[in-house]
Design a protein around this ligand. Structure first.
Ligand SMILES: C[S@@+](CC[C@H](N)C(=O)[O-])C[C@H]1O[C@@H](n2cnc3c(N)ncnc32)[C@H](O)[C@@H]1O
Length: 446
């Protein structure tokens, strides 16, 4: 089913290294966990029923929204006051909308996913997504990556930014977190000496279409431009420009806890990811650090457009992201801020202008943080906590934490070891950091 070198993969449940792929499934040889299947696209995910349920609900929500759009269009078509070109536009839109919805449904049906028809489940999922349709949230990335071609310079510019920072050889084993529709991953794989390039994303529509484009004959999708200069819809053929160089792979997996070997990657690439993924940037830095081999490179490019729900302390501007990266065990070798146009369809009179932070950071030996207070290991929770003097306190939880401190473990490791001992509404890493700090303070006072 997939030819991803198995030495690079880990079970998402037990971290076992014996993943076997056969048509329609990935099974862990250690714990027997079976990941959900998404047609021919390799998946490594815990909780298969949850994921398949979510994909089906998202497809159901998409189908229901497409039906609602068709009804609104039919009702407009019944009006008596339409210009002939308006009537032609609505008729064309109706047909295109129905054709596109059928194409998306067929894509999922091929992958064994049927739309959920439970209205309550669809309503709840749509409420969680705050009115955005999760299935097509990133639809335009597919069009930009594989359809807009030379009329949109964004793909070439993104590749240029990445190669401008890291043109030299040595890409080695390359992991792309949140690869989206896959074009930058493909371009980088084609242009460099990466021996293996593994793209990870969680989005089922992007993954299915990208898989067809990268490893098959492509796919047809229809664009409905946001602010059309002329056509209200245009059918596109999504195809990769050239034959794919061997060594590129796609995996549906959680990039925040990737089911891949730790310390086994020479390059990790993140593009338009660190701000939008569902984690504090500090946690992303910790994840990238854990994945990279000693001396490995982290290449990042993208804006810092945090979602509105992100707490103020975590809405780091560029200088703080770079400082956190240094504290988190990297040398930032180069960095820049550039203004770029984002998702400017050649068919639409609308685009975003974004300030993009790009940097290359190399994994190094641990350094002391910029200041003694708070210590680096409190800020970057994957940093090893150095040994410090401590005596038994008589408090069972503090003493349990004290016994874990071996000069190697980090706040994240302590938090993991305490799992189950803390109330469920307590952030385990915050609690672990506070407990270790208390021991540290007592050690200094002694
Ligand atoms: C803004 S898009 C950028 C995509 C691509 N890197 C690009 O530059 O076009 C962010 C991507 O991150 C993916 N993503 C977000 N959180 C993720 C996670 N925890 N695991 C895997 N992918 C994730 C989304 O599905 C989406 O494809």
């Amino acid at each position: 089913m997939t030819s991803i070198p198995s030495a690079l993969l880990r079970c998402p449940v037990c971290r076992g290294a014996t993943i076997g792929f056969s048509p329609g499934e990935a099974r862990c040889g250690t714990c027997g966990h079976q990941s959900p299947s998404l047609g021919r696209v390799a998946c490594l995910l815990a909780e298969p029923a949850v994921w398949r349920g979510r994909w089906s609900t998202d497809l159901g929500a998409f189908a229901s929204m497409m039906r609602a759009a068709a009804e609104r269009t039919r009702s407009d078509l019944a009006r008596f006051d339409l210009l002939p070109p308006t009537r032609a536009r609505l008729e064309g839109f109706l047909a295109a909308n129905e054709r596109n919805a059928a194409q998306v449904r067929a894509l999922f049906a091929d992958a064994g996913i049927e739309p959920c028809t439970d209205r309550e489940a669809i309503r709840r999922r749509s409420a969680d997504a705050r009115g955005r349709l999760p299935l097509t949230h990133h639809y335009e990335l597919l069009l930009r990556d594989w359809a807009w071609g030379a009329r949109c310079p964004e793909n070439a510019e993104a590749l240029g930014r990445v190669l401008g920072m890291a043109a030299e050889a040595g890409w080695g084993r390359t992991l792309v977190l949140g690869a989206g529709a896959g074009r930058l991953t493909y371009d980088v794989h084609q242009a460099t000496d990466a021996s293996v390039t593994l793209a990870l994303d969680l989005d089922p529509l992007l993954s299915l279409v990208a898989h067809h484009v990268l490893f098959g004959d492509g796919r047809t999708l229809i664009e409905f431009p946001f602010a059309p200069d002329s056509d209200a819809w245009v059918e596109h053929e999504l195809r990769r420009p050239d034959a794919l160089r061997p060594g590129m792979h796609w995996l549906v997996a959680d990039a925040l806890d990737p089911p891949v070997s730790a310390g086994g990657w020479d390059t990790v690439l993140t593009a338009w990811f660190i701000d939008v993924c569902d984690a504090d940037v500090r946690e992303v830095i910790g994840t990238v650090h854990r994945l990279l081999a000693p001396g490995g490179r982290w290449i990042n490019t993208g804006p810092l457009l945090y979602p509105p729900s992100r707490p103020p302390a975590q809405r780091y501007p560029p200088a703080e992201v770079l400082a956190l990266t240094e504290v988190g065990g990297f040398d930032v070798e180069t960095s820049s801020l550039q203004e770029v146009r984002y998702l400017r369809s050649p068919l639409s009179g609308h685009a975003r202008l974004e300030s993009v932070l790009s940097f290359v950071a190399r994994k190094t030996a641990w350094k002391a943080g910029p200041s003694a207070e708070p210590p680096a290991w409190v800020i970057a929770r994957h940093c090893p906590i150095p040994r410090f003097p401590s005596a038994p306190t008589g408090h069972p939880l503090l003493d349990r934490v004290g016994a874990l401190l071996d000069g190697q473990r980090s706040v994240a490791d302590v938090a993991q070891a305490l799992a189950g001992a803390l109330p469920p509404d307590v952030d385990a890493r915050d609690a672990a950091a506070a407990l270790v700090l208390e021991l540290h303070r007592r050690g200094e006072d002694a």
